[in-house]
Design a protein around this ligand. Structure first.
Ligand code: SF4
Length: 459
C-alpha cells in the first residue's frame, strides 16, 4: 500500500529520473527484455515498478535537484552540497513515501535528508571511534571479540542514514567485497577456529545481488568452525520489497542464520515492512532489532515504548538500544546517556521483558558494548540483598544457607528501612498506592467464591 502523502511515486519518481544501477546489482540483473506494450493501466505499471526493489534502487533520490522536487523549501543548497559530497545521500522512493511532513519535525525526514549540521564536529568525534580499522586482520574483517567477527561485505546501502556509524565508508563507493578479499577472509576464518559467529554487515549486505549474497554465505559456511551467521541489514526498513521469495529461499539454506535489522521509529513499521519481516520469520530466521537513540527522532520514552510494542507484534525482538557513537557528522543526533537511562527506567514494568532492549554504549577505542542500566540493587549485606522494582518496591532477598531472621512483626520497632531489609529484619517495603496494589485490593473485594475460583486462588 502506498502512503497517500506528498512523497508518493505519482509525483514524479519516474523511470526518466533513473540513474544506472550500481555494478553489483547490474551483475545480477537479467538482460533486459525487449519492451512490451503496456497492456495494463499506467497505475498498474507504476505499482509493479514500485514493488521492484531494483526500480527502487535505480530511482533513489541522490541529488539536491531531485530532492528539491519534494522539499521545495530546501535551503542552504551550497552547504548541503558540501554535506552530500562528504556523506552521500540516497533515499529510496519507498522510504521517502513514509515521510509525513517534509521538515525536521518528521523522524523519517530527519534520518534521511541531509542537514548542514553534519559539517559541525566537536573534537571528541572521529571517523572511526570504534577503531574497527585497527581490529582488521584482513581487509573487510573486524575481529574484536574472541569468538565473533564482523564482515564488511559492501559499502553500499539503499538509503544513507544521516546518523550512520560507518559514515566514513557507507556510500563513498558503492562496491561489494571482491572474490580475492573474500578468499582472504575465508582463510583467516579457517586459521581461527575460535570464531564461531560471523556478522555480515556493511553498508547493507542485502543490497547485493542474490548471487553475491550466495557467494558470501557459502564461503562462510564452508568454514566448519563458523556455527552462526548473522546479517545486519536495514533493508526491511528502507527497502522492504528487497525481501523477495527468492532471497528468502536462498537465506534459508544457510541456517543457523539470524538477522538484525534497524528500526528507529514506529512510523517505519509499515504494512510493507511487516510483510518483509513476516517472510523472514516464516523462513525460521530469528529477527532482532538494533535501535539507535537519536535526538529529535526517538529520544522519548513513549516513542520507544510504541516502537518496541510494534516490533514484537512484527515478530522482531528489540535487541539493543544504542547510545549514538562518537562519529563525525552525527553530533546533532547525540543525546545524553541520562536520556537512555530514563527510557530504560520507563520501559521496565510497563512492557514485557521480551520487548525491552539492552541499552548499550559501544565503547570508544574498540572497547565493545557496555550495558548501561538503572540501578536495581539498593544494598547488600553478607546475608541479604536489597532490590528495588520499577514501582519503588524494596525487597530483601536472603542468600542461600542463611538462617532466616525473625519476621517483621516480632522484630521491627517502627517503620522498617533499608538497613532492616539488608539484615533480614524486614522482607519488603511496599508502596501503598500502586495500580498493582489497587488491583489486588479490588480482587479481594470482588473475589468469586465458586469452587473452581477458590481452587485457583488457593493454588
Ligand atoms: S543502512 Fe546501516 S550502514 Fe547503511 S547508512 Fe544506514 S546505518 Fe549506515
Amino acid at each position: 500500500m502506498l502512503q497517500p502523502n506528498l512523497f508518493t511515486p505519482s509525483e514524479g519518481l519516474t523511470e526518466e529520473q533513473s540513474s544506472e544501477p550500481p555494478s553489483i546489482l547490474r551483475s545480477a540483473s537479467k538482460p533486459s527484455s525487449p519492451k512490451k506494450e503496456n497492456t495494463k493501466g499506467p497505475l498498474d505499471k507504476r505499482m509493479s515498478q514500485w514493488n521492484d526493489w531494483r526500480w527502487q534502487v535505480r530511482n533513489r533520490i541522490r541529488s539536491l535537484d531531485h530532492l528539491s522536487k519534494y522539499v521545495p523549501s530546501l535551503q542552504n543548497r551550497g552547504e548541503l552540497l558540501k554535506v552530500i559530497e562528504k556523506y552521500p545521500m540516497a533515499i529510496t522512493p519507498y522510504y521517502a513515501s513514509i515521510i509525513q511532513q517534509a521538515d525536521l519535525s518528521d523522524p523519517v525526514f530527519r534520518m534521511s535528508v541531509p542537514n548542514i549540521q553534519e559539517l559541525f564536529d566537536p573534537p571528541c568525534l572521529s571517523d572511526d571511534p570504534l577503531e574497527e580499522h585497527q581490529d582488521m586482520p584482513v581487509p573487510g574483517l573486524v575481529h574484536r571479540y574472541r569468538d565473533r567477527a564482523l564482515l564488511i561485505a559492501t559499502t553500499m546501502c539503499s538509503m544513507y542514514c544521516r546518523h550512520c556509524t560507518r559514515k566514513r565508508i557507507a556510500g563513498t563507493r558503492e562496491t561489494a567485497i571482491s572474490g580475492h578479499r573474500m578468499r582472504q577472509v575465508q582463510e583467516y576464518l579457517f586459521n581461527h577456529p575460535e570464531i564461531s559467529d560471523v556478522i555480515v554487515s556493511g553498508g547493507d549486505p542485502l543490497t547485493m545481488s542474490d548471487t553475491a549474497i550466495e557467494t558470501v554465505l557459502s564461503m562462510l559456511r564452508s568454514v566448519p568452525s563458523v556455527q552462526v551467521i548473522r546479517i545486519g541489514t536495514r533493508v526491511p526498513v528502507v527497502l522492504p520489497m528487497r525481501i523477495t521469495d527468492k532471497l528468502v529461499t536462498l537465506l534459508k539454506k544457510y541456517h543457523p542464520l539470524w538477522i538484525n535489522t534497524h528500526f528507529n521509529h514506529p512510523n517505519e513499521i509499515t504494512a510493507e515492512a511487516r510483510m518483509a519481516c513476516a517472510k523472514l520469520a516464516d523462513a525460521g530466521i530469528p529477527l532482532g532489532n538494533q535501535t539507535v537513540l537519536l535526538r529529535g527522532v526517538n529520544d522519548n520514552p513513549r516513542v520507544i515504548e510504541e516502537l518496541c510494542r510494534r516490533l514484537i507484534s512484527t515478530r522482531v525482538r528489540p535487541y539493543y538500544l544504542y547510545q549514538c557513537d562518537l562519529v563525525r557528522g552525527v553530533e546533532h543526533f547525540r543525546t545524553s546517556i541520562r536520556k537512555g537511562m530514563e527510557i530504560m527506567e520507563y520501559l521496565r514494568g510497563r512492557i514485557s521483558g521480551i520487548a525491552i532492549p539492552t541499552f548499550v554504549v559501544d565503547a570508544p577505542h574498540g572497547g565493545g558494548k557496555i550495558p548501561v542500566l538503572p540501578t536495581y540493587v539498593v544494598s547488600m549485606s553478607p546475608t541479604h540483598t536489597v532490590l528495588r522494582n520499577y514501582e519503588g518496591l524494596l525487597v530483601s532477598y536472603p542468600e542461600p544457607g542463611v538462617e532466616m531472621m525473625p519476621t517483621v512483626e516480632t522484630v521491627v520497632d517502627g517503620e522498617p528501612g533499608v538497613w532492616e531489609l539488608a539484615t533480614g529484619k524486614a522482607d519488603a517495603i511496599i508502596p501503598a498506592q500502586t495500580q498493582r496494589m489497587e488491583r489486588r485490593q479490588k480482587n479481594q473485594d470482588t473475589r468469586v467464591v465458586s469452587s473452581s475460583a477458590r481452587y485457583l486462588f488457593d493454588a
